[in-house]
Design a protein around this ligand. Structure first.
Ligand code: AMP
Length: 289
């Protein structure tokens, strides 16, 4: 596996693979099976697989966990070698944002709802770094996790809007045996907090079962999930939302004042909670991203 820290170095290396399909998995490192599932998929579907590890400062707010975000390059490198990844791009912040850097890209409405509500600059940072990475790697397909559904939907919008050549594939959420979605941030949880965190997947699972049994009213689905989450005193709800999968829009009321039923092929049910200081997200979808 080649490890390259410069943008020029990656561009030169990529040029050697002209005519081959390139799969790309952008990450912030500290790998778990969720990351590895994206990489495995890329390996299966492409001639060359490129992974980037970059804890992107522009997607963290001023009071967020940029500095304490977990990092373990040695372990990550070993895992990538085991998976026979071809190239690891591991730039530092000044390589990506040199002095004088001033260009950002924003996917407007989609970046302001759900996670964008409490993290107003987050998706601007995500879209900007992903656009830069796409320009550097010039991949055929880039792989993202459904765990960050809003991110995947917004980035798909960006690739369409900006006529990018890289297409995006979204891979299902990988969970721990107890149901908690794998996340690098699970590392922050104490034993009690981790136990409380399980209310999140359980609440979503309950809602999913209710929908399968016929519950279709978006506010009722939302209330059901909130009620489940409120059973744990350690949980603070950031949001619970039931929105369209393609545009992240609310299911609005019709002229009689009734809410339009959720669309069984176009719905995202997403929630974010804080357990202690740790922010966790999870979701399920009806349809396909
Ligand atoms: P991150 O390192 O957190 O930026 O994540 C890198 C990629 O891995 C993103 O596309 C995430 O959506 C994806 N990812 C993170 N956790 C999971 C998971 N539990 N299951 C599937 N994909 C995931």
């Amino acid at each position: 596996m080649k490890i390259i820290r410069t943008i020029d170095g990656v561009k030169k290396e990529i040029k050697k693979h002209q005519g081959h399909s390139i799969g790309f998995v952008p990450t912030m490192g500290y790998f778990h099976q969720g990351h590895l599932s994206l990489i495995e998929k890329s390996k299966k579907e492409n001639d060359v697989t490129v992974v980037s590890i970059f804890v992107n400062p522009t997607q963290f707010g001023p009071n967020e966990d940029f500095n304490r975000y977990p990092r373990d390059l040695q372990r990550d490198e070993a895992l990538l070698k085991e998976l026979d990844v071809d190239l690891l791009f591991f730039p530092n912040s000044t390589e990506m944002y040199p002095s004088g850097y001033s260009t950002y890209v924003e996917v407007e409405a989609m970046g302001k709802v759900l996670c964008g509500n409490s993290r107003p600059t987050h998706f601007k940072g995500v879209a900007t770094v992903v656009l830069k990475l796409f320009n550097i790697v010039n991949a055929t397909i880039a792989y993202f996790g459904q765990k960050d559904a809003q991110q995947a939907i917004l980035l798909k919008r960006m690739t369409t809007d900006l006529n990018l050549d890289t297409s995006i594939k979204v891979i299902p959420i990988v969970r721990d045996t107890d149901g908690l979605a794998l996340s690098s941030r699970n590392e922050y949880l104490s034993i009690e907090e981790r136990e409380a965190a399980l209310h999140l997947p359980r609440a979503l699972e309950k809602a999913k079962r209710q929908i399968e049994a016929g519950l279709k009213d978006a506010p009722e689905i939302k209330t059901l999930i909130e009620k489940e989450l409120k059973k744990s005193p350690l949980i603070t709800i950031d949001y619970v939302e039931v929105v369209t999968l393609d545009k992240l829009e609310n299911f609005l009321k019709n002229q009689e004042g009734q809410t339009v039923d959720v669309n069984m092929n176009n719905t995202l049910v997403a929630a974010s909670v804080r357990v202690g200081k740790t922010r966790l997200i999870d979701n399920f979808i009806l349809g396909e991203i």
